[in-house]
Design a protein around this ligand. Structure first.
Ligand code: ZN
Length: 190
């Protein structure tokens, strides 16, 4: 079991640095993902070439979202650290995309990263988010977006805790928290 976990971590780290092409990750990761319920997919994909199920015009997004959510989701902005009430939210429930209500993360996988941004070890399932490489800073980072509408959510780093070793560093304003009683999706436990 430990060997398998280590292999997975190596696999994910390789994937995060972009050494595995997206197709191989999807093809090779599917079985594992369906068994464990998580994986990082869509790595290296060119987001501009992707057609998202939910596609709105810029004007429609502006109308639908608060100015801060629009700035983060549609303009790749970053909210100030500790600005989101979701950073300190630890109730049971599901974190949905603020743009399209797609389920993204489960409270089960949330942890306190002490960064001031809501942080998770993995998405709620393998199809929840996609990633691209972001060169905005001096070093490349892995940008995370909603797989349903393409909205920018944050970044994923490989310095997270067990069981994945990943830290999904999310903007709270890009998400809506749905308490478990009203949640749309029950998280599958391992
Ligand atoms: Zn979305």
């Amino acid at each position: 079991m430990m060997d398998e976990r280590n292999k997975r971590r190596v696999f994910l780290k390789k994937a995060l640095t972009g050494t595995i092409i997206a197709g191989a990750v999807v093809a090779g990761g599917m079985t594992m993902a369906s068994r464990k319920g998580w994986a990082v997919f869509g790595l290296g994909k060119d987001k501009k070439a992707e057609a998202f199920p939910v596609t709105l015009t810029d004007a429609q997004w502006q109308e639908r979202l608060s100015p801060e959510a629009y700035r983060v989701l549609r303009k790749h902005g970053t909210e100030p650290s500790r600005s989101s009430p979701l950073d300190a939210e630890y109730g049971a429930g599901v974190y949905q995309c603020a743009g399209c209500a797609f389920p993204l993360f489960s409270s089960t996988d949330k942890f306190d990263s002490r960064t001031g941004w809501p942080s998770f070890t993995r998405p709620i399932n393998e199809g929840a988010v996609g990633t691209t490489t972001d060169y905005k800073l001096f070093y490349p980072r892995t940008e995370v977006h909603c797989a349903n509408c393409g909205g920018h959510l944050g970044h994923v780093f490989d310095d997270g805790p067990e069981p994945t070793g990943l830290r999904y560093c999310m903007n709270g304003v890009a998400m809506a928290f749905i308490p478990a009683e009203k949640g749309t999706t029950a998280k599958e436990t391992e």
